[in-house]
Design a protein around this ligand. Sequence first.
Ligand SMILES: Cc1ncc(COP(=O)(O)O)c(C=O)c1O
Length: 307
Amino acid sequence: MVELSRITKGHQGRILAKLEYLNPGLSKKDRIALQMIEDAEKSGDLKPGQTIVELTSGNTGTGLAIVCAVKGYPFVAVMSKGNTIERARMIAALGAEVVLVDQAPGALPGQVSGESLALVEKAAQRIVKERGAFRADQFKLEGNLRAHYLHTGREIIQQSGGGVDAFCDFVGSGGSFAGISKALRENNPETLCYLIEPEAAAIFSGGEVENPNHKIQGGGYSMRELKFLRDVRVDGYIQVTDEEAIATARRLAREEGLFAGFSSGANVAGALRLLKGPCKGKTIAVLLCDSGLKYLSTDLWAPLETE
Ligand SMILES: Cc1ncc(COP(=O)(O)O)c(C=O)c1O
């Protein structure tokens, strides 16, 4: 973990960032890919040589492609055309088959709404049926939550020197939030855990979906029912705008030398907000979920003048 000592200047308290982009597939999702596959191998749900299928915004697909390459399973990644092309190409480079699904009408490039995701889900279900495949469903398989409970959460405790006062996280499947908060609260039941969501689709805090097409890829899908969040205490909700996530990701790069994506910007923006409010003087943990390299084709990074 790295303390963000520059970006927090003028604030009371600390932000400790866990650099999940240092995983082999450049995101935190490598962890859940390995856990889901090894859990299924142990339980017998996954047969030797069986095809594996998953719906992915790219990161879980990359993790699964790596695990499948090493273990010898054929892998099909089903993705929305709204996700960045770098992700699809990386998955294909790792030997997987990539199926790209058209976005819902009206959706913009680089933005994946719940509606677009529903189309990807339909395609994934069809492919599973056609190929008799194992579905590595990150929204359902406990391996998602367990990976973050057994590893990410416990590493945060160890690497922060005994634990943190608070944790905040931009939610997609909720696996990171649920698994990490479980580990942190086992270590210290007082740990405060805050859920971050897009301001224009703030459904967890009771808001309406004004614009499902936000830019923070990997989460904020406007799904009210997330299995992993069912029995998890949430100490508060933070809404982050696209602009705030982008501005903070750029600050991370320029001020801290940490090259991460939109949701990492959202996480640090949320933590900065907490330091000004209920977590003044406290130590907050965040994940830098994936690498900025995955967004080179988006407006997160400015094109060079010569391009
Ligand atoms: C870049 C990125 N950020 C955040 C998330 C959300 O994480 P989780 O599914 O654990 O809630 C994801 C999930 O795909 C992601 O890829």
